[in-house]
Write a protein that binds this ligand. Structure first.
Ligand code: SAH
Ligand code: SF4
Length: 381
């Protein structure tokens, strides 16, 4: 008798990498010689065509499809909330079966569309200016969960059938420290960049790290994406305070790792991120120190106006001061774009990501407090 489908827990193929799909094919008892072919077929459906059901995979025989359906599905993780900002930024709160949640953010621009992907639920690193670091529950995402963030965004933007892509770039700058989840981030990025599927070139994928020095070399060898470093200070005393992992991996070691990053040796630029904190790290002397510090490293410096969150002990630098800081760096020969915060009305800007649906009430209070903080800012951005 046919077993009722609801009785069986179906395994999920959505977001799997090639190695995992191969295991699924072995599980389906596909003969050894045909496994690679079957993996390629399924890959094409999943990542080039965006199939949502096994039924759509019409180049698999009908019999195989019906057996396949009895064991597997292509379901995405649940979207528990989808918000669209007045500036076009979109944020998806994604809930996994263990009830943990992460956020993925899409930032459209004139010339590109960037998807900001999370690597962990929360973050263990407690940088003092970052809201994500205050979240208690932390776990690594699987590579499947990392890949599903892009699939969900493509579904939601209805991108699969469009002649032009909405999502042209990926930044691993959502929740979490990607180099603390090295293998899964590596495997996820390899799915993103695979030419036969999602096909987002590694030149368009940027991994941002707070500076896990020994893993930067591994990232150069095994991932090969663009690199961004959350620097935020020009001396160890201050960086120890802002980015506490600096006590373990101080600035000198971090910059050595940057100099040795393979792409840098090929004159590709590293991005240094520098959050602008009023009266803390935004003096003109620090701008000059910054130029000295990075001398010889092909780089650009992204100045990020601090995004406030309730309870944070910092303020964003005055706009004039950010411009002065930027001018000094420009004159020193480095591009230093000021990153205009996006999606603030939906708390999607850098360092504002924190998931906790249990605290809906707290979140309403948070939004009110945030609006108050915003209205007190010197210049609306
Ligand atoms: N954990 C990684 C990647 C995620 S954070 C890292 O730290 O690099 C993405 C960027 O946002 C980092 O440069 C981080 O320092 C910055 N950021 C965190 N909180 C912020 C805030 N409140 N305002 C502005 N930028 C912030
Ligand atoms: Fe973690 Fe990055 Fe936030 Fe630091 S800035 S707490 S490393 S997410």
């Amino acid at each position: 008798m046919n077993k009722n489908k609801e009785d069986t827990i179906l395994k999920n193929l959505s977001g799997l990498n090639r190695k995992e799909l191969k295991i699924a094919m072995e599980d389906m008892e596909v003969p050894e010689k045909q496994i690679n072919m079957r993996v390629n077929q399924v890959w094409n459906w999943l990542y080039a065509k965006g199939a949502k059901t096994i039924e759509e995979m019409t180049d698999l025989s009908k019999d195989f499809r019906s057996e396949f359906k009895n064991k597997y599905n292509l379901d995405r993780p649940k979207i528990s909330k989808h918000e669209v900002s007045s500036d076009g930024t979109q944020k998806w709160l994604i809930r996994f079966p263990d009830k943990s949640e992460i956020e993925t953010v899409f930032i459209p621009d004139d010339s590109r569309g960037t998807l900001c992907v999370s690597s962990q639920v929360g973050c263990t690193l407690n940088c003092t200016f970052c809201y994500t670091g205050t979240q208690r529950l932390v776990r690594n995402l699987t590579s499947q969960e990392i890949v599903n963030q892009l699939l969900i965004a493509k579904d939601s933007l209805k991108e699969w059938n469009k002649p032009q892509r909405d999502i042209t770039n990926i930044v691993m700058m959502g929740m979490g420290e990607p180099l603390y989840n090295f293998e899964n981030v590596r495997d996820g990025i390899n799915v993103f960049s695979d030419d036969a599927g999602l096909s987002i070139s590694k030149r368009r994928i940027t991994l941002s790290t707070s500076g896990i020095v020994p893993r930067i070399e591994d990232a150069g060898n095994e991932i090969g994406s663009m690199l961004a470093i959350s620097l935020h200070a020009t001396n160890n005393d201050l960086r120890d305070e802002l980015v506490p992992i600096n006590k373990k991996y101080p600035i000198e070691n971090l910059l050595d790792a940057c100099r040795n990053y393979p792409r840098v040796k090929n004159s590709k630029r590293i991005t240094f991120e520098y959050v602008m904190l009023k009266g803390i790290n935004d003096s003109e002397a620090e701008a000059r120190d910054l130029i000295k510090l990075i001398s010889g490293i092909p780089s650009k410096i992204n100045l990020i106006p601090f995004n406030p969150w309730p309870g944070s002990k910092y303020e964003c630098s005055e706009w004039d001061q950010i411009e002065k800081f930027s001018d000094i760096i420009n004159r020193g020969g480095y591009a230093s774009p000021i990153r205009i915060p996006r999606g603030r009305d939906i708390s999607a800007a850098c360092g504002q990501l924190k998931s906790d649906t249990k605290k809906e009430k707290a979140s309403i209070k948070y939004k009110k407090e945030l609006a108050k903080l915003e209205s007190e800012r010197i210049r609306p951005l």
